[in-house]
Design a binder for this molecule. Structure first.
Ligand code: PHE
Length: 446
């Protein structure tokens, strides 16, 4: 779609739902709980919430107004807002990160589709907790299954993006985002009855600072960017479809609040089961699958509940993967004037191929010595590289560009309130770059 005929969101609610749909996804449901389990619980939650509000949210607003002001995808947004200086490299970092993220995102979402399929075919019936838990390891070690489900999910993403932003993204998000809230609430309420509920609450809400390392601080910061979709240009892209009337601060605050709520609710739904079934909190990427499935098998109507949960998981993953692909596609269309179908096909195929080594990480089919040499397998390496390094790097570019490079009068008219503008500007100029810089330095061991 050319710039002249840029689509716009059908309504403010539609924009809100689509942006929340991008933010809320596997980051909150899959990644956050297991990272929390690996980094000691409560202290990690607190760091995550702090970073989300003080660092990620101001940058979210920054991206949103960059997109609205320029009406462009990331690469051209940087270029057009500051014509004299070429900052398009920052946009390319964003697009590259989106591409890499999409590659492993489809693998994880593929696990969700696999679990949905198992739920639909009653594969959990009549099995013990242990057996159900161990099904994840069977999946993780099978490259065939991984690649198969990854390809299915990749195709689903391509077909929605092919239909265009309004038709595809907005319509789906309106249904599934509220559905997810309701369902998580049911799980949290159910958790009250489990014997592991209070140990879980204790674990989640009483910070144990002894277990916080520089690695956990880095992970918490990266997680706040990853879950809010900040630092890779998505919000620039979505903001470019946003009309002039909506308040950037209100919309962003609401999305941040909803995302943090879902992450916390996901943890509150998962950890009571983790403690009840004796699954170690630090068991890694399989946590959500290993704990919730046995829980469903114990619940009344568990068969149907597991179908609903995995449908929601797949659809929230889809609203996020759609946004990743949409950013890449919007950039290709804008920069090279390719058609939408060609761009979708190329970007979809590219990210699928790039994701194959991640899909084969558990089986050791590709790069068999990776884990021995680097300590973590290929999948986890990519996932860490993206979340701990590339998202913060992209976010740093936004902070410097919005806070220091672009003249401040560009942004003034995007805020209804002068005091809010001043606070936002201070956070973006000082708090964001310093926080990211310090965490980076710690991460490199300096
Ligand atoms: N925020 C998404 C999630 O939590 C991941 C994502 C990141 C999607 C960046 C789009 C852009 O799952």
């Amino acid at each position: 779609m050319g710039q002249g005929e840029r689509e716009q969101w059908g309504s403010q609610l539609g924009f809100l739902m689509a942006t929340a749909g991008s933010a809320i996804g596997l980051g909150s449901l899959w990644r956050f709980p297991y990272a929390l389990g690996q980094n000691g619980g409560g202290a990690f939650l607190l760091l995550y919430v702090l970073f989300s509000f003080l660092v990620a949210l101001p940058l979210f607003i920054g991206e949103l107004i960059m997109g609205r002001k320029s009406r462009r995808g990331p690469v051209d947004a940087f270029r057009s807002l500051l014509p004299g200086q070429d900052w398009s490299f920052a946009g390319w970092i964003h697009v590259g990160t989106a591409f890499l993220t999409l590659s492993f995102y489809c693998v994880v979402a593929g696990w969700g589709v696999h679990y949905l399929f198992m739920a639909l075919t009653h594969a959990f019936d009549g099995r013990s907790h242990q057996e159900i838990s161990s099904l994840f390891h069977v999946l993780y070690r099978s490259s065939d299954l991984n690649i198969f489900w990854q390809s299915i999910f990749c195709l689903m993403t391509c077909s929605v993006v092919y239909a265009g932003v309004l038709e595809g993204v907005e319509r789906w998000s309106r249904v599934f985002t509220p559905g997810l809230f309701v369902f998580l609430l049911i799980l949290v309420v159910y958790g009250f009855h489990l014997e592991g509920f209070w140990p879980a609450v204790n674990y989640l809400f009483v910070p144990n600072w002894g277990q916080v390392t520089s690695g956990s601080v880095m992970e918490a910061l990266g997680m706040s960017f990853f879950t809010l979709s900040v630092g890779i240009g998505i919000i620039i892209t979505y903001g470019s479809y946003l009309g002039k009337r909506e308040s950037a601060v209100r919309v962003s605050g609401l999305v941040a609040f909803m995302t943090i709520l879902v992450s916390t609710m996901a943890a509150l739904a998962i950890f009571p089961a983790t403690f009840t079934f004796g699954v170690p909190p630090s068991s890694g990427p399989g946590l959500v699958f290993c704990t919730l499935t046995p829980l469903f098998s114990q619940m009344w109507g568990g068969g149907i509940l597991s179908v609903i949960f995995f449908s929601l998981l797949v659809f929230t993953a889809l609203t996020s993967s759609i946004s990743l692909l949409e950013e890449i596609v919007a950039t290709l269309i804008e920069r090279y004037s390719w058609s939408r179908s060609y761009s979708v096909a190329l970007a979809g195929l590219g990210s699928f191929i790039l994701g194959i080594p991640s899909a084969c990480a558990g089986s050791g089919g590709i790069f068999p010595e990776w884990q021995q040499v680097y300590g973590v397998d290929f999948f986890e390496t990519v996932s860490m590289l993206v979340s701990d390094w590339l998202f913060p790097l992209g976010a740093l570019c936004i902070a410097i560009f919005v806070g220091w490079m672009a003249p401040s009068h560009l942004w003034g008219d995007q805020f209804e309130d002068a005091r809010l503008f001043a606070v936002w500007r201070w956070l973006v100029r000082w708090v964001c770059p310093i926080a990211i810089g310090v965490v980076f330095l710690q991460g490199t061991g300096s």
